[in-house]
Ligand binder design. Structure first.
Ligand SMILES: Nc1ncnc2c1ncn2[C@@H]1O[C@H](COP(=O)(O)OP(=O)(O)OP(=O)(O)O)[C@@H](O)[C@H]1O
Length: 335
């Protein structure tokens, strides 16, 4: 349904995205996950036909986003980071207006507007002026304007940003309810968003897609799904230096101490070591630490999380071989 091939965008001399390739199957929710400035908005604006690419191409429902931008706009719903709302219109009036400019016939408009209002749980607010709505409701109106013409593909840029926890859950549920009948791409820099909402994830970093897979497969593919949590006596930075050299170790992170058990002691470091796929460096980790003079209070096997994978792919000290393998995987997937 959505195919993106070797897409690049250069602003002046700044490359925003480079050789971005991924595809989204009908009915899927793909999460475009990346840190700030990774290139998510640029990719989505190109897909929505609002920005020309410097190189490469993208098709939605078979239509090239550049050559057939009108056909593409009729087949997509787009929610930019700031929803394009007219604050002085009522919810219903605004949705009628959007349906008209999206080419919905006058006869079809009442039904389509009502369907979008129901889908987004806006029945109580249909005659309310948009300016008077809370941010959560405005976001729902933003999603309603994206789906009012019943497009097969929906592009949502950071759809839950700025919402409170309850609104976030509501918007996530709404997005999930649209999957199956719609193909969705959403961008986010929030990890739980991806595991809770998306069937697949494309991780983007510094303008490049560094991995595409289901969240579960990414964890297994990149880490073998396993790692170790350590409690050691000594300097965390020194311990990391020592552990970096242990064969089979892929990534070492500090475990955030906030909110941890009160048993936590001074001069203790809490680290998570992620192993390379198929490797079990636990014994060597223990020996190396003890030989280097660290006290080892605990070494516990743990399952890697999506956060571990994300850090592994977006931190500078990542394993070079892993990056090469991933590039090969992405090509395979795009073929
Ligand atoms: N109009 C522009 N002119 C010049 N550089 C730009 C422009 N828009 C974006 N960039 C740069 O392109 C890169 C990608 O930006 P983009 O907004 O696509 O990232 P993002 O992943 O959406 O980030 P965020 O989550 O912070 O919005 C960044 O380095 C950004 O500074």
């Amino acid at each position: 349904m959505i195919e993106v091939e070797h897409l690049s965008k250069i602003y002046g001399s700044t490359p925003a995205i480079t050789d971005v390739t991924f595809s989204v199957e009908p009915g899927e929710i793909l999460g475009l996950l990346g840190p700030n400035g990774a290139g998510k908005t640029t990719t989505m604006r190109i897909l929505a036909g609002y920005l020309p690419a410097t190189n490469g191409n993208a098709r939605i429902a078979g239509y090239d986003v550049h050559e057939n931008s009108l056909a593409v706009r009729q087949r997509i719903g787009y929610l930019p980071e700031t929803p394009p709302l007219y604050p002085d219109m009522t919810v219903e009036g605004f949705l009628h207006f959007v349906a008209r400019i999206k080419g919905v016939s006058a006869g079809d408009r009442p039904n389509k507007v009502t369907a979008a209002i129901e889908r987004c749980n806006l029945e109580d607010k249909r005659r309310v002026i948009i300016r008077k709505l809370s941010k959560g409701y405005r976001q729902r109106v933003g999603i309603a304007q994206a789906i009012v013409h019943d497009p097969p593909a929906i592009i949502l840029d950071e759809p839950t940003v700025g919402l409170d926890p309850r609104q976030i859950i509501e918007v996530r549920n709404l997005i999930k309810s649209l999957a199956g009948t719609h193909t969705i791409i959403l961008s986010t820099h929030i990890l739980p968003e991806v595991s809770m909402t998306c069937s697949r994830v494309a991780i983007i970093n510094r303008g490049k897609v560094v991995a595409t897979n289901t969240p579960e497969n990414l964890m297994t593919q990149l880490t073998g799904g396993s790692g170790y949590d350590l409690e050691i006596e000594g300097e965390a930075a020194l311990a990391k230096q020592v552990l970096q050299k242990v064969a089979g170790v892929s990534l070492i992170e500090s475990i955030p101490t906030a909110g941890m058990h009160s048993q936590m002691q001074a001069n203790r470091a809490y680290l998570r070591v992620i192993s390379q796929p198929g490797k079990e460096p636990g014994k060597d980790i223990a020996t190396t630490l003890v030989r280097a003079g660290f006290g080892l209070h605990e070494l516990k096997r743990v399952n890697a999380t999506l956060e571990d994978v994300f850090l592994q792919l977006t931190t500078e000290e990542k394993n070079f071989d892993t990056e090469v393998d991933l590039a090969a995987d992405n090509e395979g997937e795009a073929a």
